[in-house]
Design a protein. Sequence first.
Length: 155
Amino acid sequence: TVAQYVVRLAVEAVTVVNATDYGRAIYDLATRRALITVGEDMVNIAYDAPVDMSPSEQIEDAERRLFELAETGRYDGGFESFTDAVKTAVDLANAAYMRDGHLSGLATGMRDLDRRMGGLQASDLIVLAGRPGMGKTSLATNIAFNVAEAYVPAQ
């Protein structure tokens, strides 16, 4: 009957109340699919590995993929060796040393802020918060002006 149909629709309806649960379920299923893909890739690599690829290299590759999946929910991200990480860190430290003020990021033009933060880093999200009329816009404008003024275009 129509009444039974309407009741069934109401019972099976997706509501906003459960949106978090639905999102979690979708995320979990996507992670499981990615885990299945990693597992299939590991099996295929084990069967078809080149002769010069040792089992320990295969294990390292599998560990890297599983680690990336555990950290980010996907395994196509980046993972670097200790040697590469040290080289990157030394290069960043050297670049900071060569800059005026010895900052690793962009100088805000405010010495105390730069000294505490090391400058503005590309990886950071900085939130300026405060009550109305406290100078958030003025501060952001001054920082933007100082960064733009210090900008030197590549030759």
